[in-house]
Design a protein around this ligand. Structure first.
Ligand code: C2E
Ligand code: CA
Ligand code: CA
Ligand code: CA
Length: 253
């Protein structure tokens, strides 16, 4: 892997060279296995053919500002698929990851609402997944924007929920519709994490939030998600992130 400075310099061009693309990971009903939705995740395949993961390039994109272009691209991709899947009578939900830097942009709610109209899709199938990945996250600035989007019918999910204490305190402040349990909690088998997990789910339930478990890799983890009463599960046990064609096949099955 080349150094980060090289990658950062390439990232700008990567977007208009179509090296960045979207994949989708199914979210299923833990009891029936029916696909209820997908999460859109971005990928970068460099001109050399080498794949660079979002864990590496999203932070670079946030640093350089390219994240705004990446975010617009991913939103457009996800809305395009909602339009297509719903047109084919597959009413799946689509979740898209949104950087705090995008949320901090003044026109973000208006932009998103315009995009929904441009794609002629309802707001309800769309969920924005937000995290605390940028330390300077300005809650006070972001909350009114999220409220506008929630009022328009868009879902808001707190990603990596339960991973740190910050997310628990944010739970009451953010206008959420969903939490996504951090995979470290689902995958940990020790008693302490178990306790955190059950408490985290209970708090989310008290607030009437949908609960999604991610990183479900084993039958034991699926059992745990069922026992916790999770509404949706996502993980390699069911499917890895895949291209739209493979999602189409899955939905048609
Ligand atoms: P995330 O939002 O927490 O996404 C879940 C990550 O877990 C994904 O990694 C997914 O491929 C991986 N995963 C799914 N099932 C399993 C499983 O069963 N076991 C394990 N170990 N991992 C699983 P990915 O695609 O590499 O994305 C990494 C992170 O990059 C994401 O974490 C998210 O924070 C960020 N990211 C990805 N796409 C975007 C995007 O379009 N915009 C923004 N802002 N961030 C993105
Ligand atoms: Ca996510
Ligand atoms: Ca997550
Ligand atoms: Ca994460």
């Amino acid at each position: 892997m080349p150094d980060l400075t090289t990658l950062s310099a390439e990232l700008d061009a990567a977007l208009f060279r179509h090296e960045i693309y979207a994949v989708y990971q199914p979210q299923v009903d833990p009891l029936t296995g029916v696909v209820l939705g997908v999460e859109g995740l971005c990928r970068w395949s460099r001109s050399t053919g080498e794949a660079v993961g979002p864990d590496v390039f999203i932070p670079l994109a946030e640093e350089s500002g390219v994240i705004h272009g990446v975010g617009r691209f991913m939103l457009d991709e996800c809305l395009t698929q909602i339009e297509r899947w719903h047109g084919q009578q597959h009413p799946v939900d689509v979740a898209v990851n949104v950087s705090p830097l995008q949320l901090a942009t003044d026109g973000f709610p208006d932009y998103l609402i315009e995009q929904l109209a441009a794609h002629d899709v309802p707001a309800a199938p769309l969920t924005l997944e937000i995290t605390e990945s940028v330390p300077a996250l300005e809650i006070a600035q972001i909350v009114p924007r999220l409220r506008m989007l929630r009022a328009a019918g868009v879902g808001v999910s707190l990603d990596d929920y339960g991973a740190g204490h910050a997310s628990l305190s944010q739970l009451n402040m953010l206008p959420l519709s969903e939490v996504k349990l951090d995979r470290s909690l689902i995958q940990a088998a020790d008693e302490a994490s178990g306790r955190i997990l059950w408490e985290a789910v209970e708090r989310a339930r008290d607030l009437g939030l949908r609960v999604v478990a991610e990183g479900v890799e084993t039958d034991a983890q699926l059992d745990l998600a069922r026992n916790l009463g999770c509404d949706r599960v996502q993980g390699y046990l069911f499917a890895a992130p895949m291209g739209v064609d493979d999602v189409d096949t899955l939905l048609a099955a």
